[in-house]
Design a protein around this ligand. Structure first.
Ligand SMILES: [Mg+2]
Length: 393
């Protein structure tokens, strides 16, 4: 054997779980098996894995850069969920936590912000149903009354969260029709007075963010941003639509309001974030883990953001396995602000790992065990499936 040749580990198999159901946001978990008996845990975005197996079986899982640039980046967020399992394998092989592989942690615990949605937590199904019912009845659903937002805020802050987020582009009876992008005077009043009531309820020192999901036109969204400047939002998220890629329009909003503007949850990879930063079209960034990338791309985005004096507050809606990868990644970023928690209404999020209820007083401790430093509670996860359905295949 030549000096530069060494025995390498090989990927021998990949297995995934079925969808864990609508109540668990259709999470699907992934395991990568190796010829050294080390198994890596990751997340799969759903669908068949034949092509993934053809790409990865027989490859060395320990050269993560190589697999990323050969294959995974082309799969975007789907590939980033797989990348998580590679870090888990490498960490287990070296008996080192993932954050050490990334250069070391800067903090021992990660601040989490709670995504509350409204007076009730968001599910795709409830949201669609409430729009239908509101259009039929002409009445605001009780969960979108200002008082319901305030009750939720008090409940979540009492659990120890120091940062919370609400949605205010929600089902309401004041739209012209289903396609209307304007904000009527009545809806404007609801949005502004709800944020005022939230600030009053939580006091001056809890961080409050508002998401508008790109629902509105520029002029009306800008007016909201200016009319809530006195309420010291941590950020206002996606005032105008992301997919149209009009960075100049977002820059116009950003430069005309003191309300900090945040965006980025739908973009993949550092290249897509570069223009936002170059044009100073936002004040902070929310790359999604894993939709925007795994450790490789998220760290590139964050390092670039650092050069533009921007903080990052990663968006995140997946299972607790991806959550723990996010915790490791965030522990290494100097410009980290807060990590999203969008699953307070999903019990499995808190029971699916060997560490139960990882969020305590609004923080998650950074694991120091090898790899991700956590294991699955497969009994708890299997209970989400119908009887007789195998967990892994
Ligand atoms: Mg958002």
């Amino acid at each position: 054997m030549f000096a530069n040749e060494r025995e390498t580990m090989k990927i021998t198999d990949i297995k995934v779980t079925p969808s864990l159901g609508a109540e668990n946001r259709h999470w699907s978990l992934l395991k990568i098996f190796t010829d050294e008996g080390i198994v890596g845990l990751g997340e799969w975005a759903g669908g068949p894995i034949g092509q993934l197996k053809r790409m990865l079986i027989g490859r060395d899982p320990t050269n993560i850069n190589q697999l990323h640039y050969d294959h995974l980046w082309q799969m975007q967020g789907r590939g980033a969920g797989v990348e998580i399992a590679l870090w888990d394998i490498r960490g287990k092989q070296l008996n080192a936590p993932m954050h050490e592989l990334l250069g070391g942690k800067l903090r021992d615990r990660i601040r989490v912000y709670c995504d509350c949605h409204s007076g009730a937590h968001w599910t795709r199904e409830d949201y669609a149903r409430r729009w239908q019912e509101t259009r039929a009845s002409g009445q605001l659903d009780p969960v979108y009354e200002t008082s319901a937002y305030v009750s939720m805020a008090k409940e979540v802050v009492a659990e120890g969260y120091t940062a919370i987020k609400f949605d205010l582009d929600v089902p309401n009876p004041w739209k012209l029709d289903a396609y209307d992008r304007s904000i009527s005077r009545r809806q404007h009043h609801h949005i502004v007075t709800t944020i005022e009531s939230l600030r009053q309820a939580i006091g001056p020192y809890i961080d409050l963010s508002i998401d508008l999901h790109g629902s509105f036109n520029l002029a009306d969204a800008l007016r909201i941003c200016k009319d809530v400047e006195h309420l010291d939002l941590l950020w206002l998220e996606d005032p105008i639509r992301w997919e149209w890629g009009n960075v100049a329009a977002l820059a116009k909003i950003c430069q005309q309001t003191e309300t900090p503007i945040c965006t980025g949850e739908i973009f993949y990879g550092a290249k897509m974030f570069r223009e936002l930063m170059e044009q100073q079209a936002c004040d902070l960034l929310e790359p999604d883990i894993p939709h925007s990338g795994g450790a490789i791309e998220i760290r590139r985005i964050a390092e670039l953001a650092e050069m533009y004096h921007m903080s990052v507050a990663p968006h995140y809606m997946r299972s607790a396995i991806t959550g723990m990868a996010a915790v490791h990644i965030c522990s290494t970023l100097p410009n980290f602000l807060a990590l999203e928690h969008h699953s307070r209404n999903i019990p499995l999020w808190g029971t699916m790992l060997d560490i139960k209820n990882p969020i305590q007083q609004g923080y998650i401790d950074v694991p120091d065990g090898p790899g991700l430093g956590v294991d699955l509670d497969e009994e708890a996860i299997a209970a989400a499936l119908p009887a007789g359905v195998p967990l892994w295949s």
